[in-house]
Every structure is written in structure tokens, then in C-alpha cells.
Design a protein around this ligand. Structure first.
Ligand SMILES: [Zn+2]
Ligand SMILES: [Zn+2]
Length: 306
């Protein structure tokens, strides 16, 4: 059949292929390579630290990744902002209450304001959490009672009712930001309120404190195992660009973590983990059996808390 393509049709096909190739190139150019991103990582002497309290990395035109300065709080959590046509979703708001020390509202508000200016009409800001621990929710107070802003509550029931999840934790739910569908996957185990969040546009999967290059503190062993299996099942049916957690605690040396509460990580692990890493966590958990056991692997440490 290929011999029957007319010369004019062939020209159109070549042009179409070329345009597809070019548009892929443009898309790639505007997406940051998170395997090469250098994050602010504190100082040996925090009195000498001159970094911003919040580092802002624009991943693409409608996605931002923020990191808190380790010298403001040693947890140095990551926070994520996704904007659609109707809503903006901020996942987590940091480890510090004080707006003077940690201006998370001002930072996010200026990003959203810029977006609104360029893309009328205004989006509503939703502040949700990967889970309810204080190092990811301390900024809530800065967002409460602000115009056009909703802060999701911190109890399991709040998360369930906001995202319309009746059957917790087995059921996933879709949350549409306006031509940008996020998927919410309950993954209790580190904490009972843990969720993973998948962005169908960038293919980024947020794994919170349940899976990141560091100490995976497991509070409920059997729930953690079941959640990890469900997350693996999810990744087997979805394209995953990056798995991004909330902290970095590992060094670049396999199996070596920084001390707890360190404020200086000059040689830290990259932020992203892969589907292969997640699958390794899952098989390791299966092999460890029913009794919680601490186990150090190259890129993370399984760390039961009881
Ligand atoms: Zn936590
Ligand atoms: Zn945390």
C-alpha cells in the first residue's frame, strides 16, 4: 500500500512527522531534568546561610516544585504546585508557621497571581497535604481565610470527603483542576492520612513521606505493605515520569544517610526515585514478612517506628 501514496500526500506526511518531532523537542526543552536539579541544602553554619527561605523551581509552564531551606527547618520538605484552567493545587505547605521566616503564602500567591494575569480567568487555590504531619502542614495558617483559597482538613475524614473517597484506602479518586486530572491514591502506613498524587499531564507521582530517598518511617507495617503494593499496581498501568517524595535524607553514597536533624547536606541524593526503586521496596517488604524490620537499601531505608 505504501507504493500507492501520492507525492503530495507524502510531502504532507513528512511535514506532519517533522512538526510532531519539533513539538516534542519544544516540550522537552521546557521541562526541567529533575535528575540534574541542584537544590538548596543548608549550610555547615546556618548563620552564614544566604539562600532564600524557599527555593522555587519551575518544572514546566504550569508546575512548580518548592523546597524549604534546611536552615529554616532541618526537615527541608518539598512542596508542589500544579495549575489547571480552574484550580491550582498546592500539595503541602512546609514545616514552619512563621510567615516572616517562611513566606509560603506570599511565594505561592505570587506564582498564582502571575498565572492569573497571563491566563484569565482566576483559578481557585486548593491547599491539600500528602499527610498530616507538622512538617507538611505548618504553613496552613498562612492560607486560611485568604481569598479564593480552600485548605483541606487534616483528618482522614476531611481528606475522604474533600476528594470524594468513600472506600478508604482501597478506592482512588480523580480531582480535576480544569483540563488537568489529578489522581488521589490513599496510601496509609507512614501515617493514617497518607495519599499519593498522580498528575496525568506531567506523569509525576507524588509519594510523600511514604517513599523518598531517606528513612521511610513506618508506623503501621501491614498498612504500609498493602499501600506499597497498591502503588506498584498503579504504576504498572500508568506512565511515570518521576516519583517525587517529600524529603532527601540519603547521601550520594549508596546506603548512607545523613544524621537526623542535620542542617547541611552538601552531597545529597537526587530527589526522584523510579518505578524500579518502588518495586524493590515492594519485594523487600514482601520478603521481610509480617514483622517490622529495619532494612537499609542503596537509595532508601525501611525504618519501622515501633
Ligand atoms: Zn511524615
Ligand atoms: Zn515529613
Amino acid at each position: 500500500m505504501t507504493n500507492m501514496i501520492l507525492p503530495g500526500t507524502r510531502k504532507i506526511l513528512i511535514l506532519f512527522t517533522l512538526l510532531t518531532f519539533l513539538s516534542c523537542k519544544v516540550y522537552q526543552k521546557t521541562t526541567v531534568d529533575l535528575n540534574k536539579t541542584k537544590w538548596i541544602s543548608g549550610s555547615a553554619d546556618c548563620k552564614e546561610n544566604t539562600d532564600q527561605p524557599i527555593q522555587v523551581v519551575q518544572y514546566n509552564y504550569n508546575t512548580w516544585i518548592l523546597r524549604q531551606n534546611k536552615c529554616v527547618n532541618y526537615e527541608a520538605p518539598f512542596m508542589f504546585l500544579f495549575i489547571g484552567h480552574k484550580k491550582a493545587l498546592l500539595m503541602d505547605d512546609g514545616a514552619t508557621f512563621s510567615e516572616a521566616k517562611f513566606p509560603i503564602y506570599k511565594t505561592v500567591d505570587s506564582l498564582v497571581a502571575k498565572w492569573n494575569k497571563a491566563n484569565n480567568p482566576k483559578v481557585e487555590l486548593i491547599v491539600a497535604h500528602t499527610h498530616s504531619h507538622g512538617d507538611h502542614t505548618a504553613g496552613d495558617g498562612q492560607f486560611k481565610n485568604k481569598p479564593n483559597t480552600t485548605v483541606v482538613g487534616l483528618k482522614v475524614e476531611d481528606v475522604q470527603s474533600f476528594f470524594k473517597i468513600e472506600n478508604w484506602p482501597q478506592q482512588t479518586s480523580k480531582f480535576d483542576l480544569g483540563d488537568r486530572v489529578m489522581e488521589i491514591i490513599p496510601i496509609p502506613g507512614h501515617h493514617k492520612t497518607c495519599i499519593a498524587v498522580y498528575d496525568n499531564e506531567t506523569k509525576i507521582l507524588l509519594s510523600g513521606d511514604s517513599f523518598y530517598p531517606g528513612r521511610l518511617y513506618v508506623n503501621d507495617w501491614s498498612a504500609f505493605k498493602a499501600s506499597t503494593q497498591r502503588l506498584v499496581d498503579f504504576t504498572s498501568t500508568h506512565t511515570i515520569a518521576y516519583i517525587l517524595g517529600n524529603h532527601i535524607e540519603m547521601t550520594k553514597t549508596p546506603g548512607k544517610d545523613y544524621p537526623i536533624e542535620t542542617t547541611f547536606q552538601p552531597d545529597e541524593h537526587i530527589l526522584p526515585l523510579t518505578v524500579k526503586d518502588l518495586s524493590l521496596l515492594n519485594t523487600t517488604l514482601i520478603n521481610l514478612g509480617d514483622k517490622p524490620v529495619r532494612k537499609t537499601l542503596d537509595d532508601f531505608i525501611i525504618y519501622p517506628t515501633n
